[in-house]
Design a protein around this ligand. Structure first.
Ligand SMILES: [Fe+2]
Length: 240
């Protein structure tokens, strides 16, 4: 576990981001207690519609929860709105957005706990000692982006952006009948640093949010007659 973590951490420290292979993430999560991935993944079938889409889109479903994350463990915080300033999200930011809470079962699921433990193990040591908080304010988002023949699904309608946090993990949970959805990474001057597509469950992008922008291209259905969607788990960590 430590060797894999170090390798990923080194990449993030050097490049500002890293693409993590499914097998590597699986190894890390197994050590952290991953169980019942299938049950965890199935919880994406029960997400609420995102009603705060400034582009009028009805293609994004989500649930949200906040946690306190520290060496002492994981504590769920009372349900609260998600807030991004307009500096970070000119499209949908600037207001408190209330989303459906992540269910109790999902919030305490061993897969989610394994992901949160792994995020702490990866990101906390990457944080300079002088700026490291005792407890990380951590937000978890379950997202489903639906693609239809008449409406492409936009994973990041705000375009290339930063989340306004310290660290970000984007993990693919499931891709069903969609093409594209390519993740792009730019430096702060807008120069492309990397591009990849999360295809397999557990494949992840880890991002130093202070150093790079990220964005994902729209997803389209491969077979327009069938349901098409992209499910991801996003975890952000910031100083409280
Ligand atoms: Fe983002």
């Amino acid at each position: 576990m430590t060797e894999k973590l170090h390798r990923i951490g080194d990449a993030v420290a050097t490049e500002g981001f890293s693409f993590v292979e499914s097998a590597d993430m699986q190894g890390l999560l197994d050590v952290a207690g991953l169980r019942d991935w299938e049950g965890f993944s199935a919880s994406w079938d029960d997400l609420g519609l995102d009603a705060f889409m400034a582009d009028g889109g009805r293609y994004r479903r989500r649930r949200h929860a906040a946690f306190a994350l520290s060496a002492d463990g994981i504590r769920r915080k009372p349900h609260q709105p998600h807030y991004q300033s307009r500096d970070y999200n000119p499209l949908n930011g600037g207001l408190e957005r209330w989303f459906e809470p992540i269910t109790e079962a999902t919030g305490t699921h061993p897969a989610l706990e394994a992901v949160l433990k792994t995020c702490f193990a990866l990101f906390d040591p990457l944080t300079p000692a002088g700026t490291k908080p005792e407890v990380w304010h951590t937000e978890v988002h379950q997202f489903r982006i639906e693609a239809r023949a008449d409406e492409a699904g936009r994973p990041t309608p705000e375009g290339m952006h930063r989340d306004g946090v310290d660290w970000v993990l984007v993990m693919l949970v499931r891709r069903e009948n969609v093409s594209s959805g390519t993740t792009n990474i730019h430096d702060l001057a807008g120069r492309p640093l990397g591009s990849f597509t999360l295809r397999q469950p557990l494949e992840s992008a880890v991002v130093d949010d202070a150093r790079v922008f990220h964005g994902v291209t729209p997803v389209e259905p491969i077979d327009p007659a069938r349901p098409a969607f992209r499910d991801v788990l996003v975890v952000t960590m910031r100083r409280p």
